[in-house]
Design a protein around this ligand. Structure first.
Ligand SMILES: NC(=O)C1=CN([C@@H]2O[C@H](COP(=O)(O)OP(=O)(O)OC[C@H]3O[C@@H](n4cnc5c(N)ncnc54)[C@H](O)[C@@H]3O)[C@@H](O)[C@H]2O)C=CC1
Ligand SMILES: O=C(O)C(=O)COP(=O)(O)O
Length: 592
């Protein structure tokens, strides 16, 4: 009978997002574009979806996220994430990504469009001439050239505005406590020490900060009162940063000459609200949040976030996560295969040490919670190892938690490890690895805690006298997994006391045995009877460091580890049968 195809993960898009990015999703995912959903309708259906792609209209609240049990990613097809409860997403392990630069040019050009429209009364003039009037002297404007433009927030949009305005011959001043002085001076902006200094000099004032606690209401009645009566204000950032009531009053009183506003405290504004009064004001040119609404910007942001959704749903790192460690693109390329390696090492550790059966037939419980992770070679030079750390935690915890559906990812892994009492010390070794066949490698060492009760079980039924010797409780020994990356592919190079290279992928049967003739045939025939095909096999001898490093005196030098890649899960009875065979000491099945 043909095996039914696994259902495709579902993606919900409740707003208009450009089809250019969506084309990347259609084949692999079930994409539902549902515009105009009410908050309640969204709450009712969000539980089915693994990804949610929004713009600025959808409110991604704590309540919504708490019922979004399958959700892995909220993708904001734009810059501002003030409509997403990022803190709540982090708690739930949901990654929030955005497109940090896809629409900045559009936003900057729109700012300049509003600046010109306000300077030359374009809105008023267009309405007047359509109305059949010809009011040339009433509609006389001012020039931008030679005027002072005050820019609050010198990030991506603010600096782009500066560059264009410089071309218009404007004098540029700005305030941003975190501005990069090299970038601002390259854009000809004179940095001021306070908002107040900018306000009193500006002929045009433009805001380009995010809406956060410190910028909410930053331009109120008091600030407007310090500005020139001929000054004009532009806001293409976020409503809420300007007190709308105070602005209407200043325009009415003639203490501010005009305003170009694209964003409002509530969108769309309620009839009779202050925002509606602002829109209707004759000295205001208003647009309905059009800053990012160009064909080009919408293509950019759509492709940007859809690519990231594909990455996340495929278990890879996104480029621009808002609530995860920030990685530079070149670091990202270096880190990605190691992220996979670390996750595999963690998962191998948990599955191998928590599930292996010993020759006594009992499942041993030697899983530990204190680890040292050592990065050697080029990896030791990395600026950040945060994604590697998080990937290890994910690998360690996922085998324990996947059944209850807990979503572990780079966002919440650290917190979850702490909650579960897992302690990981990160170390960098600067030792020369020139003699090694690879430039970086990683060692995971679960430290032995003396006096622990988590000993491996004795052999009571082992038929070999030396088995009893080698299966003495090993709580005094460290458990070690070592790995490296070659050709972008992760490899394990050491497991416990044994060295042997294998690819940590698929289902593996790991079997410790005496290195005596016939073992390979024995395992092969048992698996064959169980209908399991062997894909590859690797025999790992004892690692050369064992005696020296770990003070292991009792190991039988004829022990070896067999690692078999198999085509399907091996049943527990088969594993039990295997360890009851003479000379087979221990076996575990892991799926990586
Ligand atoms: N209307 C629209 O359609 C669009 C609006 N936007 C909005 O534009 C804003 C800016 O976006 P980007 O330039 O990409 O962000 P960005 O993060 O590159 O720059 C923001 C800058 O504001 C500065 N800042 C923060 N607090 C400040 C304060 N209290 N005083 C002065 N400066 C402060 C930061 O240091 C940073 O340099 C965001 O709010 C974004 O949502 C962006 C694109 C389109
Ligand atoms: O990117 C931003 O911050 C914007 O404000 C753009 O909003 P929009 O995607 O056009 O609803």
């Amino acid at each position: 009978m043909p095996i039914p195809a696994a259902p495709k993960p579902k993606i919900l898009i409740p707003e208009k997002v450009s089809p250019d990015g969506l084309a990347l999703l259609q084949d692999r995912f079930e994409v539902h574009e549902k515009k105009g959903l009410s908050a309640e309708e969204l709450l009712n259906i969000i539980g089915e979806y693994e990804a949610l792609i929004v713009r600025s209209e959808t409110k991604v609240t704590a309540e919504l996220l708490s019922v979004a049990k399958k959700l892995k990613v909220v993708a904001r097809a734009g810059v501002g994430v003030d409509n997403v409860d990022v803190e709540s997403a982090t708690k739930h392990g949901i990654i929030v990504v955005n497109s940090p630069s896809g629409n900045i040019n559009a936003a900057a050009e729109h700012t300049i469009a509003l600046l010109m429209a306000v300077a030359r009364n374009i809105g008023d003039a267009a309405a007047s001439v359509k109305d059949g009037k010809w009011e040339r002297s009433r509609l006389t404007g001012v020039e931008a050239k030679g005027k002072t433009l005050g820019i609050i927030g010198l990030g991506k949009v603010g600096l782009t505005v500066a560059r264009i305005a410089n071309g218009l011959g404007m004098r540029l001043i700005g305030y941003d406590p975190y501005a990069n002085p090299n970038l601002t001076s390259a854009a000809s902006v004179i940095l001021k020490n306070s908002l107040a200094e900018v306000l009193k000099e500006a002929d045009f004032l433009t805001l380009h900060t995010p809406l956060i606690a410190s910028t909410k209401g930053m331009i109120g009645a008091a600030e407007l009162a310090t500005m020139r009566p001929t000054a004009r204000i532009l806001n293409v950032a976020r409503g809420g940063m300007i007190d709308e009531t105070a602005l209407v009053e200043a325009l009415d009183a003639g203490t501010i000459a005009g305003a170009g506003i694209d964003v409002f405290t509530s969108e769309p504004p309620q009839t009779d609200s202050t925002a509606a009064k602002l829109i209707a004001h004759p000295k205001v040119v208003a647009t309905p949040h059009l800053g990012a609404s160009t064909k080009e910007a919408q293509e950019n942001v759509s492709i940007d976030v859809c690519e990231q959704v594909v990455s996340i749903l495929s278990g890879e790192l996104p480029r621009s996560a808002v609530n995860a460690p920030i990685i530079l693109p070149e670091e990202y390329r270096t880190l990605q295969p190691f992220v996979t390696l670390l996750e595999k090492m963690g998962s191998l550790y948990t599955q191998h040490y928590s599930s292996h059966l010993t020759a006594s037939g009992a499942s041993s419980k030697s899983f530990r919670t204190t680890f040292d992770i050592t990065y050697e070679g080029a990896l030791a030079e990395l600026k950040t190892t945060k994604p590697l750390f998080a990937a290890l935690v994910k690998g360690l915890l996922t085998p324990f938690t996947s059944s209850d559906g807990l979503n572990i990812n780079i966002v919440n892994a650290t917190l979850l490890a702490k909650e579960r009492g897992i302690l990981i010390n990160e170390q960098r070794s600067r030792e020369n690895v020139d003699d090694k066949p690879y430039s970086s490698f990683v060692t995971l060492r679960a430290r032995a805690s003396r006096g622990t009760s988590q000993a491996r079980t004795d052999v009571s039924r082992s038929s070999s006298p030396s088995a009893a010797r080698s299966l003495k409780p090993q709580e005094h020994e460290d458990q070690v997994i070592q790995g490296f990356v070659s050709g972008n592919k992760p490899f394990i190079s050491r497991l416990d006391k044994f060295k042997g290279e294998f690819v940590p992928r698929g289902t593996l049967l790991i079997c410790r045995n005496f290195d005596s003739p016939g073992k390979i045939g024995l395992v092969g025939s048992l698996l064959g009877k169980a209908g399991v095909n062997i894909r590859f096999m690797n025999v790992a001898p004892l690692h050369e460091d064992v005696d020296i490093d770990e003070g292991v005196e009792d190991v039988d030098s004829s022990e070896a580890l067999m690692i078999l890649g198999v085509d399907k899960p091996v049943r527990q009875e088969t594993v039990k049968q295997l360890i009851s065979e003479e000379g087979v000491l221990e076996a575990s099945v892991v799926t990586l």
